[in-house]
Design a protein around this ligand. Structure first.
Ligand code: FAD
Length: 287
């Protein structure tokens, strides 16, 4: 089923997973999925390393298993950085053959300026191309605190409007730790005429260094309450995990009460954390 049809009917709770490293066993992801699918999320998305990094070849296989074996809707990420039109057509054909209807169309990060540019400059260029070449439902990325390359929030929202006008059916946000950024972003979207559903991306913290690195790369603000929590538990992994779960639940309850269209949980392939959060919030999210 197309995600836009699910989001029309209900507030969603969905998960993100990533393929195991090329050197790792693909079986580990099936162990993760065995646990996650029991939670009946509305859909599960599978990341894809831009420019062929990571284990991007596994994205289609895993998205297909989610849909066809586990009977949960899947969302396959597809970053266009470095891809030609031919490459994208091959991916679309693979998705079609596997019954995958939903694509998270991305540009991807340009880590190596020497890498071939490919045929698409922005995610919006690939969205137009996909819409011309298949009957796919398109999700796109958005940034409550602005994308790192945007000069300011006005430019950021103008570019997001172009992306939605190109055919994005819904949006998923980058992680954020202060809900006010999300609410202000919703207001900017509304003023700019962006009216598609927006799922809020929530990442439970398990590791202080990892979150600090990610926050600095993505230009995400860490509120004082959050920093105090990480400082207090940084040397106690179990306490940090529990505090991270509690913080994420607090964020989610507030988001649902304030009318967010959905919650997308960055599970980091950790079913324990996903299950704890699911248990705490699933009754609050109307089905
Ligand atoms: P774009 O929409 O192309 O935007 C990139 C920059 O260009 C922005 O600053 C934007 O304002 C600007 N821009 C956009 N359109 C125009 C235009 N028409 N004219 C001028 N400027 C424009 N990366 C991966 O490699 N693999 C993944 O699986 C992955 N999953 C993600 C999932 C989510 C939910 C999110 C939020 C991000 C994900 N990313 C992933 C990261 C993403 O690829 C990077 O953030 C990347 O830098 C931007 O991708 P985008 O699709 O938002 O790009």
């Amino acid at each position: 089923m197309k995600l836009s049809n699910i989001l029309k009917k209900q507030v969603t709770l969905s998960f993100e997973i990533f393929p195991p490293k090329r050197t790792g066993s693909i079986q580990t992801i099936y162990d993760t999925l065995d646990a996650l699918h029991e939670l009946s999320p509305d859909f599960i998305s599978v990341t894809y390393g831009a420019g062929g990094s990571g284990n991007s070849h596994a994205t289609c296989e895993i998205a297909s298993a989610i849909k066809n074996q586990y009977k949960i809707e899947s969302l396959a990420h597809l970053p266009c950085a470095g891809l030609t039109k031919e490459d994208v057509l091959t991916q679309l054909e693979n998705f079609k053959q596997n019954g995958i209807e939903n694509i998270l169309a991305l540009r991807g990060d340009i880590l190596d300026p020497k890498q071939p540019k490919g045929d698409f400059t922005h995610a919006s260029d690939m969205i137009v191309f996909i819409k011309e070449h298949g009957d796919f439902d398109i999700t796109a990325a958005c940034y409550p605190e602005g994308h790192t390359e945007s000069k300011n929030l006005v430019e950021d929202i103008q570019n997001l409007k172009k992306k939605v006008d190109s055919g994005a059916d819904q949006l998923i946000t980058q992680l954020f730790f202060h809900n006010d950024y999300f609410y202000r972003f919703q207001e900017r979207c509304s003023i700019a005429g962006i009216h598609v559903p927006i799922e809020a991306g929530i990442m439970p913290v398990v590791n202080k260094k990892q979150i600090e690195r990610m926050a600095s790369l993505c230009h995400v603000d860490l509120p004082p309450k959050f920093i105090a929590m990480m400082n207090r538990y940084e040397n106690n992994p179990e306490a940090m995990r529990d505090a991270g779960i509690a913080y994420a639940i607090d964020q989610i309850v507030d988001l649902v009460v304030q009318g967010a269209d959905g919650i997308h949980l960055y599970t980091m392939n950790n079913p324990y954390i996903a299950a704890k959060i699911y248990e705490a919030v699933h009754r609050l999210i109307s089905k």
